[in-house]
Ligand binder design. Structure first.
Ligand SMILES: [Zn+2]
Length: 685
C-alpha cells in the first residue's frame, strides 16, 4: 500500500540555536605533559579520577550492557537457524487454487466456485484449517466495521456486502466433511480425518457470492467513470491462512490497517465478464485467441518486442465494439500464475490498454501493461504508466532479485495504491511524480512481501519499510533522476522522532495509531536500512547481506529475527544495539560535542551520547589552513559509557569539528553537533 502522508516540510524539526554549557570533565590544559608514551594510561587514570560522580553508597551506576545485549531469539532452532536461514527442518504449507467466477456488472456481484488443494508439510496432523473470508469485512456487524471510528478513516468500507458460502466440501482421502464455522473474516473448516503430517493433502471446495463494495478499504472496490465501471478485484475469494512453526495458525482478523499473510501456491482461474470488458490480472492470460481480437493479438505481439509503449486498445477504441473479440454475450478470461501468494484482477469496459516488453537480467522477458480510463490518460499521467512499470520492474530485477512473473500490470482505480503479485491498483487521478512514486512503490511490493513472504498483518515494516527503502534507489535511478527521492533527508523527520505520541516500528498495524503508520511501517524502517547501508555497514557489506536475505527467503516466510540474524551473519557484524534501538523502541539518536580542548599542541574532542541509541561517530575536523580530516569511531566507544574523548594529533590549529558532516543521521538535536574555535556554535543542518 502507499503511505497517505508523504514527509512534508511541516515535519521539519526547527531546533533553536542554543549555546552549549560545556561540562568540563577534564582540566587537561592545566596538566603538564610528561611523556607521550604514557599518554593512554595517563588519560585512563584521569578518567577514573574525574568521571565518577559523587553518589550515595548504596547506588550502582548503570552501564551500557543492556544497550548492547542480545534480545529475543538469536540461538536458532531446527526450523530457523541462528545464521538467519531456514533450518534443516524448515517447512511451510502450500495452497493451490482453481477458481471460476462470474462478474455481473448490473448487480455488481461476483459468483464463483473454488477448489483449494492444501498440502500439510508440517510435522503435525491437522484436524482443521483456517481460511480467510475477507469480504466479510464489508458487513455492518463485522469487527472491522465495529472498530472503525464514527467519522470514518482510510480503512472504512461498505457494509452491505459479505460472503454467501454454499456447498462446502472438505475432503481428506475418501472422507468428506461439510462442517465449518464462520466467525467474521475467518472460517474454520473441519475434516473427517486429519490431514496427515509431512505432505498430506486435503481439498476444500465451495460456492461463493457477494456484492462488490464501492469502498473496499482502499484496497479493492468499484469506480464509475464515463465509459463504465472499473472493478478492482482483490480479497475476492476464500483463502487459507498460514500455519507455521512460530505461532501455529495466523488468524488475526481483517480489521483495516493490517494487510495479508498467505502461503505460496499455483492459481488457475477463470473470470467470466460481459464481452466488452477488458480483464487484466495476476499471471499469464491462457486463452488470448478466445478473448482478444486478431487486431489486439497482433498489437500484443508487437508490444512483446517493443521497449516503448504500444496500445492494445487505443483511447478512441474504448467504445468501439468491433475491436473486441465478440460483439455480445460474455467472455471467459483464463489466467494462471505459479508460486504466488495471491491473485487480483481489474475488469472494465472503460479501459484503455497498453503494454511493452520488460527485459530481465537472465535474458527472459516479461510484459508491462497498464489499464486506465480516458479520464486518467494524458502525457503527464497514465500515458506514462507502462514506461514507469517497465523501469521499476527492470530496476528491482537488476539490483535485488529477478522478477518471477510473466506480466506486471498497473490498473487505474479509486485506490491510492495497492499491490498484488504482478498487479497493482494505483490512483486514477495520479500524475507525474506521484504516479511514478505510487507505481514504483506498488511494483516494489513484488519483492516485499510477494517474493519474500512476510506477515504483513503483524510486521508491516518488513514489507512497507523494506519496499520504501528500495524505492529510494529506484527513484534516484529512474530517467536520470527525473523525480526526487527524499528518504535520505532523515533530519526532516526529527519532529516526529521527539513527538510524545510516537510508537515503535514493531507495533502491529492494527494496534498503531493511524497517524504513526506512515512513519513506523514505511519511513522509519526504510531509514533504518538506509542508515545500515550508508552509515553503519557500507554499501558493499549491506548489499551482499540484503541480497542474500532476499534470495534465501524468496517464496518463504521469514520472521523479524530471521532478518536480523541473516543480516548479521552475512555482513559480519553484531547489530543487536541497532535492531533494539531503532526497530524495537522509541529512543533516539543524539550525539553531541561536549567540548574541544587544546592539549600540548594537539586537540581532544570530547563527545557524548545523549540519546538512547548508540551510533558509530563520523566527524570532520577543519583546520586553519582550510584542510579537513574525516574521523570515524566505531560504535564500541559507547560500550563502557556515554562519553568519549578522541585525540586529534596535528601541527595545525583546529578551527571546527562537525559531527556527521554528510547529514546522514537523524540526530534529534542538531544544536550540539558542531564546535567552532571562534566560540560560536552553528547549527548542523
Ligand atoms: Zn506499500
Amino acid at each position: 500500500m502507499i503511505d497517505s502522508k508523504i514527509l512534508s516540510g511541516n515535519n521539519i524539526h526547527h531546533v533553536k540555536f542554543a549555546v552549549i554549557n560545556l561540562m568540563r570533565l577534564f582540566k587537561l590544559a592545566k596538566i603538564k605533559r610528561k611523556n607521550m608514551t604514557h599518554f593512554p594510561k595517563f588519560l585512563f587514570v584521569l578518567a577514573v579520577l574525574f568521571c565518577i560522580p559523587q553518589v550515595k553508597a548504596q547506588e550502582v551506576n548503570p552501564n551500557n550492557q543492556d544497550v548492547f545485549n542480545e534480545f529475543t531469539y538469536r540461538q536458532g532452532n531446527s526450523y530457523r537457524s541462528a545464521s538467519g536461514k531456514p533450518g534443516p527442518d524448515y517447512w511451510q504449507n502450500a495452497a493451490d487454487y482453481v477458481i471460476e467466477a462470474t462478474l455481473n456488472d448490473v448487480e455488481h456481484t461476483i459468483t464463483g466456485k473454488i477448489t483449494v488443494t492444501y498440502t500439510n508439510n508440517s510435522p503435525e496432523d491437522l484436524d482443521f484449517i483456517w481460511m480467510y473470508l475477507e469480504q466479510n469485512r464489508f458487513k455492518a456487524d463485522s469487527r472491522g466495521s465495529l472498530t472503525t471510528p464514527i467519522q470514518g478513516n482510510r480503512y472504512a468500507g461498505d457494509v452491505e456486502g459479505g460472503y454467501t458460502i454454499a456447498n462446502l466440501k472438505a475432503t481428506v482421502k475418501k472422507g468428506t466433511s461439510t462442517r465449518h464455522i464462520i466467525d467474521d473474516t475467518r472460517m474454520q473448516v473441519f475434516f473427517d480425518e486429519p490431514i496427515p503430517a509431512k505432505g498430506g493433502k486435503a481439498t476444500v471446495s465451495m460456492d461463493f457470492n457477494y456484492k462488490i463494495p464501492v469502498e473496499g478499504m482502499d484496497r479493492m472496490g468499484r469506480l464509475d467513470v464515463a465509459e463504465g465501471t472499473i472493478y478492482a478485484m482483490a480479497q475476492w475469494f476464500p483463502q487459507v491462512a498460514v500455519f507455521d512453526d512460530v505461532v501455529g495458525w495466523n488468524i488475526e482478523p481483517y480489521l483495516g490497517a493490517g494487510e495479508f499473510y498467505y502461503d505460496y501456491g499455483n492459481f488457475d482461474y477463470k473470470i467470466t465478464v460481459p464481452y466488452d470488458h477488458i480483464v487484466v490480472a495476476s499471471g499469464e492470460l491462457q486463452n488470448p485467441n478466445q478473448v482478444l481480437s486478431k487486431t489486439m493479438r497482433e498489437r500484443m505481439d508487437r508490444a512483446a518486442k517493443s521497449d516503448t509503449t504500444v496500445y492494445i486498445v487505443r483511447p478512441e477504441e474504448v467504445t468501439n465494439k468491433s475491436i473486441r473479440a465478440k460483439q455480445n454475450g460474455t467472455l471467459t478470461w483464463h489466467f494462471k500464475i505459479e508460486n504466488a501468494r495471491d491473485v487480483a484482477f481489474g475488469s472494465s469496459k472503460a479501459f484503455i490498454w497498453d503494454a511493452s516488453r520488460i527485459n530481465l537480467p537472465s535474458g527472459k522477458k516479461a510484459m508491462a501493461q497498464s489499464a486506465y480510463p480516458k479520464e486518467s490518460a494524458g502525457p503527464d499521467a497514465w500515458d506514462r504508466s507502462t514506461e514507469y512499470s517497465k523501469a521499476s520492474v527492470e530496476h528491482y530485477s537488476e539490483r535485488w532479485f529477478e522478477y518471477p512473473y510473466p506480466v506486471a500490470v498497473n490498473v487505474a482505480a479509486d485506490i491510492g495504491g495497492m499491490e498484488y503479485p504482478g498487479l497493482n491498483f494505483c490512483g486514477w487521478k495520479a500524475k507525474g511524480a506521484s504516479l511514478w512514486g505510487v507505481t514504483d512503490h506498488e511494483f516494489g511490493h513484488n519483492w516485499f512481501p510477494m517474493i519474500v513472504g512476510t506477515n504483513e498483518r503483524r510486521y508491516a515494516w518488513m514489507d512497507e519499510g523494506f519496499n520504501t527503502f528500495i524505492n529510494h534507489y529506484s527513484t534516484l535511478e529512474f530517467n536520470n533522476g527525473e523525480y526526487p527521492s527524499r528518504l535520505n533527508r532523515m533530519r526532516d523527520a526529527t519532529g516526529w522522532f521527539v513527538n510524545p505520541n510516537r510508537e515503535s516500528i514493531d507495533t502491529y498495524p492494527d494496534v498503531a495509531n493511524l497517524q504513526n503508520l506512515g512513519m513506523i511501517a514505511y519511513y522509519k524502517p526504510a531509514m533504518g536500512l538506509l542508515l545500515l547501508r550508508e552509515y553503519i555497514l557500507g554499501e558493499e557489506r549491506f548489499d551482499n547481506a540484503f541480497k542474500s536475505y532476499i534470495e534465501t527467503w524468496a517464496y518463504k516466510h521469514p520472521q523479524p529475527n530471521d532478518f536480523f540474524n541473516h543480516m548479521e551473519n552475512v555482513a559480519g557484524e553484531n547489530l543487536a544495539w541497532f535492531w533494539k534501538g531503532w526497530f524495537y523502541g522509541t529512543g533516539n539518536i543524539d550525539i553531541a560535542i561536549n567540548e574541544v580542548q587544546s592539549y600540548q599542541g594537539d586537540f581532544i574532542v570530547s563527545i557524548r551520547n545523549r540519546g538512547e541509541i548508540p551510533m558509530p561517530v563520523v566527524m570532520r575536523a577543519t583546520f586553519n589552513d582550510g584542510t579537513t580530516k574525516d574521523i570515524k569511531l566505531p560504535v564500541e566507544i559507547w560500550q563502557r559509557g556515554n562519553t568519549w574523548n578522541h585525540l586529534i594529533r596535528t601541527t595545525k590549529q583546529l578551527q571546527k569539528v562537525e559531527l556527521d558532516p554528510e547529514k546522514v543521521l537523524p540526530d534529534v538535536d542538531l544544536a550540539n553537533d558542531v564546535w567552532n574555535a571562534s566560540g560560536s556554535q552553528d547549527q548542523g543542518k
